[in-house]
Each structure stands twice: as C-alpha cells, then as structure tokens.
Write a protein that binds this ligand. Sequence first.
Ligand SMILES: Cc1cc2nc3c(=O)[nH]c(=O)nc-3n(C[C@H](O)[C@H](O)[C@H](O)COP(=O)(O)OP(=O)(O)OC[C@H]3O[C@@H](n4cnc5c(N)ncnc54)[C@H](O)[C@@H]3O)c2cc1C
Length: 534
Amino acid sequence: MSNQNRDLTRSNDVVIVGGGLAGLFCALKLAPRPVTVISAAPLGKGASTAWAQGGIAAAVAEGDSAEAHAADTVAVGAGLVDEAVALGLAREAGARIRDLLHYGVPFDRDLEGRLAVSREAAHSARRIVHVRGDMAGKAIISALIDAVRATPSIQVIEGYVAEALLTGNGAVAGLQVRQAGDACAKPVTIAATAVVLATGGIGHLYAVTTNPVEASGLGLAIAARAGAVIADPEFVQFHPTAIMIGRDPAPLATEALRGEGATLINDRGERFMLARHPLAELAPRDIVARGVFAEITAGHGAFLDATTALGNSFSEKFPTVHASCMAAGIDPSRQPIPVAPAAHYHMGGIAVDADGRTSVPGLWAGGEVSCTGAHGANRLASNSLLEAAVYAARIARDIDGRAPLTRARQPAVTPVRPNCAMPALSEQNLRAAMTALVGVIRDGDGLAEAVRGFAAIEGDTGNITLRNMATTALLVAASAWARRESRGAHYRTDWPGEKPVPGKRTMTTLAAARDIAALLSERPAARSAQPIIA
Ligand SMILES: Cc1cc2nc3c(=O)[nH]c(=O)nc-3n(C[C@H](O)[C@H](O)[C@H](O)COP(=O)(O)OP(=O)(O)OC[C@H]3O[C@@H](n4cnc5c(N)ncnc54)[C@H](O)[C@@H]3O)c2cc1C
C-alpha cells in the first residue's frame, strides 16, 4: 500500500479506475484537480502497460505523416476503422509523446538527439518510439508512477477492485469496490460525479493469454451492467507466438523475432506458413495466429525457430524472451521455442465518443477497456498505447470543462449483494470455453454453446467477480455468434467469407446479449451432448 492510500470514503468528485497508462495519464492531466485512482493491483503490477515490449506508434520521423499513419491503421482494421478517429489519433501522437517525455519517459534517441524510431509489421514507415529495445512498457509505467506519487492532488487506492457502478437519475453516482482477493471482505461505496474506467483488456478471460490476471473484463462488465453501449466486443486479437512453457499468463515471443528471420516450424521441421501466405511468417497477425492454431490442432505442434537467424546473438538482442525461455530450460539460441496463439488485445470495448464519453452520463472510458473505433476488426501494432494516452488527455480536458465541481455525495442506494468465494472450477471452465469456443477459429454451434453457458453463469453465480467475467464473456460470444462473416481477427469456419468493405460495426448492450442467449436456449444444442461449460 502506498502512502497515497488515504480514506476510502473521502471522495473526490472524479474517480479513475485503473493504474495503467490510461488511468495514470488521465490523473496527471487532471492535476491539480483532486482525483482518486483505484487500482486492483499495486501500481506497476497487474497492468498490461508494464509489459509492452514494442513501443508507441507516432509519425514523428522526417518524411512520415499523420495521414500515412492513419492510412496504415485503416488498412489493417479490415473495413471497420473510423477514419476520422484514426486520423485524430495520429495527429495527436507527437503532443502525447512530448507529454510522456515531460513526465520522464526516457525514449531512445539517435546520435543527433532525435527520437529513435523502429518499424513494425504493417507500418509503412519507421514510427515506433521505444525505450532500451524491448523495455518501453516498464519505462512508461515507472515514469508515470513517479509523477503520480509526486502529485499531491492524486489520491491512490491500491488493492481494491471496482465491482459495480452506482447510478441515480440515469447518471453515475459512484462505485462499489472490494478488497482484491478477499471475496468475503465488506464492500465499500465510493461516491463520485465523474467515473473514468481505465481497467484494461479482457485477455485473462481466455485460458491462454499474454495479459495479467487483472485483465479479466471486469471494467467492461460493470459498464455493461449499468446500461452502457458496448462496441465490437467480438474482435479479440490473438498473438501468434506466446511461449508455451506452462506459465499463466504466457510470456510473449515478440513479432520482432520473426522480423529478424526466425521461422515457424512444426514437429516435422516444416515451415507451415509458406503454404498459407506469400509473406509466410510475416503475414498479418491474424493469419499467422490461425496457421499456428491449425498446426497445433492437427497434432503437429508449433515452434519458433531462431537458431539460424539469431543463434548466439539471441540473448543480446532479445533479453526478455531469452530469460523467459532459459527459466523454463529452453535455450532459444539452440532450440526451437514451443509457441501457441494467445488472447492479447481487445479491439472492442465500451463505446465512447471523441471525448471518451460513454452512453451513460458521468461515465468515461479510456485505454483498452474502451472502443473508440480506431482499431476496427484488427489493431495495428503499437497503436494501443497511443490510443490510451490520446484519449486519457481528451477525457481529462472534457471532465475539467464540463463535469460538475460539486463534492460528490454518498449515493442513496447501495446495491450490496452477498458474495461468496470464487468457485475455481467455474473460472477454469469459463476460460477454457473462451479459448475453445470463442477463440482463434470459431463456428456458430460452438458460439451458441458458449453463449448459453456464460448466460447461465451470469445468472446463477453468487460470486461477483465470476459474474462480471461471465458478463463480458457473454457479450463477446453473443456478438461473435451474431456476426455471420469472417473479418479481421474474427474468423468463423461456417462463414469464412468477408462481407464487402466497409463493414458494419457492432453496437450492443447486455440486454441484447441476454436476448440472444434466451433465443439460443430455446434451440437444441447442436454439437456436444456434454457441454464444455459444466
Ligand atoms: C505482453 C504485451 C505486450 C504489449 N506490447 C504493446 C506495445 O508494444 N505497444 C502497444 O501499443 N501496445 C502493446 N500492448 C497493449 C498495451 O500494453 C495495452 O493495450 C495498454 O497498455 C492498455 O493500457 P490501459 O491503461 O488501458 O490498461 P492496463 O495497462 O492494463 O491497466 C489496467 C489497470 O486497471 C486495473 N484494473 C482492472 N480491473 C480493475 C477493477 N475492476 N478495479 C480496479 N482496478 C482494475 C489494473 O490493475 C490496472 O492497473 C501489449 C500488451 C501486452 C499484454
């Protein structure tokens, strides 16, 4: 607990939920206005931000432009990117990088002192600003934490999970929080007139993921339960090369390894991507993920082989990946690395406008939990940290300009529900079902089974965390069932073709997802006599 943890009931009118880039940046931008930041994990832990390896996309190099950056973003998003949003994001990148430099992030520079930029897949120019090779996330979060700790107007409450939004007269009135890891702890009510959700992604709803346990979709669930519109939840990006060494979450073998010439092989030593795409291992992320998935499903396994491309230079060029492999007894300079696709990034989320406002008055959302329209059906690498910073700044400006400055009063109604310990098997089942039925390759019968199962958990469980996980899982599965096409990261074997560009975005609600569940529960299960979700 930090010395900034003070009185839980001493409310500021603005409460930010989340201690990653989006949450901390927003708090700093709001200073000197008093704000409370609530984080499930201690700052620096439990946030995807800290794990980012590549960096932040920004068209800051000579010869590059915001227009070119936006065009690359649109091209990757498979017909669903909002072009005005992508351009706005690209245009504000330089200003937000300057802010991060001001907060102390030591971005790498070239010999002339200009920001050093590297290239990543599907970017038409070198435009990824980075820190000491693969250390961008760690450097960003540690600079922001120092800045937050030095800002007296920011009250930080660590180790508390937001589990419900409180509303009154159709607007947000506060939050219900509970001590993390203690299902029996007494819930606490925090009053607020403006709540910013910056709770990150949903990767941990899947059995195989690169995301921290805190990325379990709880923020999205509490917004949905308060009636917020949810956009494009079916679009989940799977990273093709998570390292399979029995760790949960799985460490990442960065794309840059393939950029350096590492190849994907099966247990017979065959380069299976050669037959799947002209760019082989450098094909778009979703195509490589499906190639790896198909090889594993066929029983041939999948391995990333850097023995020829990197050999002895592996440890120097990729220290983080090298350390993960060595800890599991694999020397990646001499042995292929076992890999599998893993849930990595959520393109969908709480629908927000250009100021980060949701459809619920008094509720804003920023970072991975939100859906701005910038990513469409697939995310361009390194655009997510950029989006988190750009929208956090816009939310702060909007709240400062518009939200009432009155002191928040304790909400009259507190929806305290009895809680019970998390049933371990149900959580495991839910995560296994997400990977098996709502994963890299989907079909209508499997999605229908998932929808029925998640709706049952959502309705039945007495554990609030599990209920919120099931709420988000239901929204993802129901929207994936309703999207009868394959597009970007969403691939269905029963609807393999993509509908013409531009596509139609999903705008849904929890009530609509429950309606789909009710419809499907009237139909006989088509696939398995024994459902995966027990
Ligand atoms: C391994 C990895 C590598 C990546 N590399 C890159 C990259 O190079 N470039 C890039 O642009 N993107 C990258 N990404 C994606 C990027 O890191 C995330 O999209 C981004 O950091 C999200 O920031 P955020 O602030 O929205 O969420 P996070 O940084 O995930 O922070 C979420 C915060 O919310 C808290 N929280 C969650 N739920 C609750 C709750 N109910 N109550 C209270 N607190 C809660 C968490 O504890 C945490 O503090 C990577 C992601 C991963 C996992």
